[in-house]
Design a protein around this ligand. Structure first.
Ligand SMILES: [Zn+2]
Ligand SMILES: [Zn+2]
Ligand SMILES: [Zn+2]
Length: 352
């Protein structure tokens, strides 16, 4: 049998004239026997390019309790999120519409149209992120030498959960029970993994939530202000000279909070919606910025966790353009802009 070129992953390639002690292993990708001089826990097959871990053993499937718990957790979060979205949309329309229609009919109709547009955009991107498969690896031939060609399994590892080849940058998700290509993370709020196939919809969903919450916060704060009962500050008017700033602030807060008791049910819903949309907006904005920064770097959240300082490709605006699949013309403009910047930098460094 002809032995393939052997190359331990973590060693510098060198000419071996004699092998003092043989270390043998079998490549899981092509089934060829590998012999190399020194022991290495991780090695790469010189023929198919598959990476084998010598101490890797088959994993037991997760217990039924564990699988049930994960499924229940995902369903709970998805239900809470769906009800919250419906509450913000329906409650917001119900609480705000008398105020906007009291300004003018045009304002009322415009508000209804904007709300409907944002609701459709948010719910449809949520459904796409939630129901679309995150990106299962394509089936590839593996296991025996004549079937697997040279470099067919370049940098593939073996998933001991699925008992299948795992492409580079793919990770196994124990909640979805599958390997996911370019897996970013498993999101319990969409009950799905975020991977190569639905990452775009997930980020679009985050963007639409940020815009919708900003709009909801603006409208509910305005409507609350219009509906709030008139507030008097009798103590403040009589003795403001002798009061400290802290006392003045405390007086204002207690008087405004006290007047909230006279708010109608519609007013209370408005106040709750204003606080809820502001806090959700703050949280999702942080998550969106984090996602966009990883896309800019050409990275994913999981890869960032496993190797925070490693470079996973070229970073730049072109990654964001490619990620959103912008039309050809816009992509050209962006790429020309970023290339022009690089050319200027290069010319500068040559002159220096
Ligand atoms: Zn191999
Ligand atoms: Zn797997
Ligand atoms: Zn998952």
């Amino acid at each position: 049998m002809v032995e393939p070129e052997q190359r331990p992953l973590l060693e510098v390639e060198q000419c071996v004239t004699s092998i003092p002690e043989d270390h043998e292993a079998t490549c899981w990708g092509c089934g060829l026997r590998l012999v190399f001089a020194s022991y290495s826990p991780v090695y790469k097959c010189g023929w198919c390019g598959a990476i084998t871990q010598s101490n890797q053993t088959a994993r037991k499937p997760d217990s039924i309790c564990f699988s049930h718990w994960r499924r229940l957790r995902d369903r709970f979060f998805v239900t809470v999120l769906v009800f919250f979205m419906l509450f913000v949309i329906c409650g917001g329309v119900w609480a705000v519409y008398p105020i906007v229609f009291s300004i003018s009919k045009f304002c009322g109709i415009l508000h209804c149209m904007v709300t409907a547009m944002l609701a459709v955009f948010t719910i449809s991107s949520y459904c796409l992120a939630s129901f679309k498969s995150a990106g299962a690896p394509t089936n590839i031939r593996w296991g025996s030498y004549p079937m697997v060609g040279k470099n067919d399994l370049e940098n593939y590892t073996f998933c001991t959960y699925c008992n299948k080849p795992k492409p580079p940058r793919a990770h196994h998700c124990r909640s979805c029970k599958m390997c996911v290509v370019d897996m970013d993370h498993h999101c319990p709020f969409i009950g799905n993994c975020v991977g190569a196939s639905n990452h775009q919809f997930f980020v679009i969903f985050l963007i639409s939530v940020v815009i919708s919450c900003a709009y909801a916060a603006g409208m509910t704060i305005y409507a609350s202000y219009q509906m709030w009962p008139s507030v008097d500050f009798p103590n403040l008017a009589s003795s403001h000279q002798s009061m400290s700033y802290m006392k003045i602030l405390l007086e204002i807060i207690t008087t405004v909070a006290g007047s909230a008791f006279f708010l109608s049910a519609r007013g209370l819903v408005l106040v709750y919606l204003a606080f809820a949309s502001l806090s959700v907006n703050a949280g999702i904005s942080v998550l969106l910025c984090q996602q966009l920064s990883y896309i800019y770097e050409g990275n994913t959240y999981l890869n960032h966790l496993s190797s925070p300082n490693a470079m996973h490709g070229e970073r730049g605006l072109q990654n964001i353009v490619r990620f959103f699949g912008c039309p050809y013309l816009i992509s050209r403009v962006f790429l020309r802009y970023s290339n022009a910047g690089k050319l200027q930098d290069n010319s500068g460094s040559k002159l220096l």
